[in-house]
Design a protein around this ligand. Sequence first.
Ligand code: HPA
Length: 233
Amino acid sequence: MSTHINAKPGEIAPTVLLPGDPMRAKHFAETLLEDPVCFNEVRGMLGFTGTYEGKPISVMGTGMGIPSLSIYVSELLNEYDVSTVIRVGTCGALQPDLEVGDIVLAMAASTDSHVNKIRFHGRDYAPTASFPLLLKAYQEAIDRGLKISVGGIFCSDTFYHDDPESWRLWAAYGALVVEMETAGLYTLAAKYGADALSILTVSDSLVTGKRAPAEEREKSYTQMAEIALAVAS
Ligand code: HPA
């Protein structure tokens, strides 16, 4: 048991898929894993371990934002035998050619968070994906005939920014999408010598103001989850 996860040693698989929403983790486990068993209910941050094609896989919610994700990922990597962490989340498009439902692989995560400024005494750190995981996810998406984009993303500490146009600077420097967790995930994976990847589906576009209807969100989420499972297995 760790401070925020009440799983016993061995109850969490070496590979953990990480949606932000714990109810997503439940749905994911119930629909895509075989024989899922719940290993965590502390603070409602549900986690499950089941199998996929015979291999144990866990799925657990992280909550929203770097601080919440960092608590769970630190404990998974430091106190359980977890070595691969794959975020399966949503994001907002910052580029006009990205549409709701598209899938994005985050190669690197720029951020306005000060978490790494604190960690590195004011210096910059470049949180990057595991290349083998990135390559595998890319190939899986191509094999499935899916539209896939790979590149840098913007990891924000604010969902409701005082300046609603502030994302445009990040977009001008090529960030594909905005979300709120990946810079924390990639940094912690580096710290603990683990492999990490964020696979994201576009749920809304800051460029066009479009939002994915529930049905479309479900479809693209399933495609993303299938890529994550193929990478994990
Ligand atoms: N901002 C931050 N995170 C997000 C967004 C957004 O617009 N959409 C999905 N995750």
